[in-house]
Design a protein around this ligand. Structure first.
Ligand SMILES: NC(=O)c1ccc[n+]([C@@H]2O[C@H](COP(=O)([O-])OP(=O)(O)OC[C@H]3O[C@@H](n4cnc5c(N)ncnc54)[C@H](OP(=O)(O)O)[C@@H]3O)[C@@H](O)[C@H]2O)c1
Length: 323
């Protein structure tokens, strides 16, 4: 009897894992806590397109007071006009911002964001903006590309946090939601600098949380695998003929991100297989995980150069699909 129970339990867990698109913690949280979002001030960077735009739509519908940022003001105005909810579109604040513009500009943006909704400062800061160049080898990266990636993904994001956190600390509450990546947990052949920037974010924000948790500061680090957007973070266009990467929709990614934040989860992984399985291997069995990535690495760089599938299991066997 006990063996039968163990068999069915293992089968159930294996089936859930094989068909999952979130890690084990996220798998068992299936609803957004609306009360954690409604009437809250939520500032989203990178809201002019992609996952940030979809996050804005879902959060507006849940009754949040939104501040949306990116460099492209026209893009932000378009997103604003398409939002609907208790405070949208009319009370949505458009705050154009270049994360690489230096501390003085970021300080001005923080002061504006804090003043937009009288009586309530920023409750959630969603660090979603990022810069990613098309895939290239670790040695082919130019200094300019290295600096741009780190200026936006790391220095700008951390500076904004340093400037905003004191306001949150005065209120005794505040929540940073950080859009990292699977590339922030595992090696990402062909995306070494992007991966380095996301590893840096993970290190900073987990440390920040452990320093400030007792003072009311929450941090949720979100690590998505491949997500379908109109432009996959500057890489190849999704749906392009011949490219058959299996990507989770931006809508599902945004929904799981909101679930994770409202349940105050500290880190979540969002992806289809085989990316989730690789993340588990690298985290819990690093010797095997890194061995696997070493087998895949060169093939993935070649697949990226041919605009092929860079998430396929076939990379392990050297059979690159290309367009
Ligand atoms: N899509 C994926 O497969 C995937 C997978 C894992 C993780 N992620 C992460 O999820 C987040 C969103 O990805 P996405 O695919 O939706 O990205 P995306 O479509 O490329 O959009 C990036 C956003 O960041 C903004 N941005 C870029 N440079 C900026 C700067 N200097 N200052 C301020 N804003 C800037 C862009 O707006 P402007 O150009 O108007 O400034 C845009 O709104 C990113 O952090 C990304 O690393 C994405």
């Amino acid at each position: 009897m006990l063996l039968l129970v163990i068999f069915f339990l293992s089968f159930f867990l294996f089936f859930r894992f094989a068909t999952a698109y979130g890690d084990f913690t996220l798998m068992f949280k299936n609803h957004v806590k609306r009360e954690e979002i409604e009437d809250k001030v939520i500032w989203i960077t990178g809201a002019s397109r992609g996952i940030g735009e979809v996050l804005a739509k879902q959060l507006a519908a849940l009754g949040a007071k939104l501040i949306i940022s990116a460099r492209d003001e026209a893009g932000l105005e378009r997103v604003k006009s398409e939002l609907s909810g208790k405070f949208a579109p009319n009370e949505v604040k458009v705050l154009p911002l270049d994360l690489a513009s230096g501390e003085n500009k970021l300080k001005e943006a923080v002061e504006l964001a804090e003043s937009f909704f009288p009586g309530s400062g920023v409750d959630y800061m969603i660090h979603n903006a990022a810069f990613e160049r098309p895939k290239t080898t670790a040695l082919d990266v130019s200094e300019e590309s290295l600096k741009t990636t780190f200026d936006v993904n790391v220095i700008g994001t951390i500076s904004l946090t340093r400037l905003l956190a004191p306001f949150m600390l005065q209120r005794g509450r505040g929540h940073f939601v950080v859009m990292s990546s699977a590339a922030g947990k595992t090696p990402a052949p062909g995306q070494a600098v992007y991966s380095a920037s996301k590893h840096a974010l993970n290190g900073y924000f987990h440390s920040l949380r452990s320093e400030l948790y007792q003072k009311g500061i929450r941090v949720t680090v979100v690590c998505p695998g491949p997500i379908e957007t109109s432009t996959s973070s500057g890489a190849e266009v999704v749906g392009k003929k011949g490219v058959s990467e299996k990507r989770l929709s931006s809508e599902k990614c945004a929904q799981l991100t909101i679930i994770a934040a409202t349940h105050n989860l500290k880190e979540v992984w969002i992806s289809y297989q085989p990316v989730l399985a690789v993340m588990y291997l690298v985290q819990y069995m690093p010797t095997i995980g890194y061995w696997l990535m070493d087998k895949i690495g060169r093939n993935r760089v070649e697949a990226a150069a041919k605009k092929g599938n860079t998430y396929s299991l076939s990379l392990l066997f050297g059979k690159n699909k290309s367009s």
